[in-house]
Design a protein around this ligand. Structure first.
Ligand code: CUA
Length: 157
């Protein structure tokens, strides 16, 4: 093998790698972009919350015999809706997003506790068996009204 052949070998090798790399970036990123938009939980532009078919009119949607989806819009300084009512013995999936800064969605006394980041939809599922009234609050500092940011979850018979 002379020097010329040897260089050509590496040149072709390098070109194959570059093409493979570009293909990975191009098609990989395109695939990822589609997945991110359609992903459960997923993303939402903060200025499009009002136009969203669920977040535009936030609240409780029954999706099964004992299953509910609850859409919540968090903002400085409150939640919409500010009172959520679901029947006992329900499996509830909360979808929460913020239109301004980072908040949390924390149902006191349960394992429902998630950060709520603008642009992202937080998704968390929990089972509620017994009738009870829960407080919902924000435990991410979000400004002067942070301590007044609250809502209620009523599990009713
Ligand atoms: Cu919202 Cu603290």
């Amino acid at each position: 093998m002379n020097i010329h052949t040897y260089e050509k070998f590496w040149l072709i090798g390098a070109m194959v790698l570059i093409v493979a790399f570009i293909a990975t970036v191009t098609y990989g990123a395109a695939g990822l972009g589609i997945a991110m938009v359609d992903d459960e939980g997923g993303t939402i532009a903060p200025d499009e919350i009002g136009d969203h078919d669920k977040f535009g009119d936030p609240g409780v949607h029954q999706v099964g015999e004992n299953e509910y989806d609850v859409y919540v819009h968090a903002y400085t300084f409150g939640y919409s809706p500010d009172t959520i009512e679901i029947p006992e013995n329900s499996e509830v999936t909360f979808y929460v997003t913020s239109s301004d800064v980072t908040h949390s969605f924390t149902v006191v006394g349960t394992n429902v506790n998630t950060m709520v980041i603008p642009g992202e939809i937080a998704e968390i599922t929990a089972q509620f068996d017994e009738p009870e009234e829960y407080g919902i609050l924000c435990n991410e500092y979000c400004g002067f009204g942070h301590h007044d940011m609250e809502a209620e979850l009523h599990v009713v018979p």
